[in-house]
Ligand binder design. Structure first.
Ligand code: GN1
Ligand code: MG
Length: 357
């Protein structure tokens, strides 16, 4: 079976402009969406090969265009560039009739990613590199970016999908998820105060959880952001909140023991310092809403996980039946903890970040 898979993947690689060799492959089972393999030559890692989930990403051509556009701006001595390897016909991805869309990227050696921040240096570096990403993309023309998942972080849309799942879910599931459902309803009401109308749209990453940041094993510096499928227009608080839900929280996204879930103030403060180390790049209106991002993002992810649980796991890959519910409960617990820190976060943000004028 594995032999077959290797042969299949080697066959696929023949479509890319790289040395003709027999490569080895290691599956990377971290993501919930795409299939990812490390490509090795004689045990030495060279590339990352990915099949893009076409069920989730309808416009792969547009998605790859977004990445290529962003790469043109993500050039800086403090930001490590990733490259896309071209196909034999000079494309940035290959479409296989049977298995779908594939892309190949350079693997950056001696790097690692963290699920949680274990110390303030990691949190600082995460803040610095998320800020750098935004600073470099601040001047990028927005019209060049298509919406790879339309309304990805749009709460009214996620609310509608949640309502629909309530209508079709099995009675046992509605019962099991009772607490989560009532927290969702309450919090949806609270978040109605969020007003995006004064915020500038930016090119965002839209999936800035900590393990999408690559760190150097040599000097522990954050190098760049990976997993670029959701690069598209958005608001800065999306990227801020998605980072905070994993940087300031020391527990896993599907942690079942909620006593382990904490909002770590020292990690939050270090992240803000890291953001600020880039100099001012955010407008006052964005800074004013930032603390809510740290509530909004864990909540919207929890809501999506809950919806998928009620829909019998049709969107996320799950490793056991109730994993989506566990993710939801853990994310909602952190949402609640972040809600209690709104006043504190607002103060730290106001003191720590200088608005761009
Ligand atoms: C999904 O597969 P992965 O981990 O890159 C999801 C993100 C979530 C993440 C974890 C396109 O990303 O929004 O942050 O799971 N991506 C998509 O919850 O839905
Ligand atoms: Mg992703």
């Amino acid at each position: 079976m594995i032999e077959n898979k290797n042969a299949e993947l080697n066959e696929l690689l023949k479509n890319f402009s790289i040395d003709r060799k027999t490569y080895e492959f290691q599956g990377i089972n971290q993501g919930y969406i795409n299939d990812t393999y490390l490509v090795l030559d004689n045990h030495y890692p060279l590339y990352i090969l990915q099949r893009v989930n076409h069920n989730v990403f309808k416009d792969v051509h547009g998605l790859m265009g977004n990445i290529a556009n962003a790469f043109q701006h993500l050039q800086d001595q403090n930001y490590t560039a990733i490259e896309l390897l071209k196909t034999e016909s000079d494309n940035s991805y290959f479409k296989d009739e049977k298995t779908g869309y594939w892309r190949l990227m350079t693997y950056i050696n001696n790097t690692t990613a963290y699920d949680n921040a274990t110390d303030t240096d990691i949190a600082f570096e995460a803040g610095r590199v998320v800020g750098k990403f935004h600073q470099l993309l601040a001047e990028a023309p927005l019209d060049n970016y298509v919406d790879t998942i339309p309304q990805f972080h749009n709460l009214p849309l996620r609310e509608k999908q949640f309502e629909e799942s309530l209508g079709s879910a099995k009675t046992e599931k509605l019962e099991t998820a009772k607490k989560a459902i009532s927290f969702a309803k309450e919090t949806l009401e609270k978040l109605k105060i969020l007003d995006n109308s004064k915020l500038p749209l930016r090119v965002c990453h839209n999936d800035t959880k900590l393990n999408n940041i690559l760190f150097s094993k040599e000097d522990s510096k954050a190098l760049c952001l990976i997993d670029l499928d959701t690069i598209m227009k958005g608001y800065f608080y999306f990227d801020f909140g998605d980072a905070i839900r994993t940087v300031a929280n020391t527990a896993a996204e599907d942690e079942q023991d909620h006593s382990k879930i904490t909002f770590e103030r020292t990690l939050f403060e270090a992240f803000i310092k890291g953001l600020d180390s880039n100099g001012p790049f955010l407008y006052k209106e964005e800074i004013d809403l930032l603390a809510w991002g740290a509530v909004f993002m864990p909540f919207i992810h929890g809501l999506r996980a809950l919806t998928d649980y009620l829909n019998d796991n049709i969107y996320y890959k799950v490793s056991y039946e109730n994993q989506n519910l566990d993710r939801c409960l853990s994310l909602f617990d952190f949402t609640n903890k972040a809600l209690q820190e709104i006043g504190y976060m607002t103060q730290v943000i106001k003191k720590g970040l200088t608005p761009k004028v």
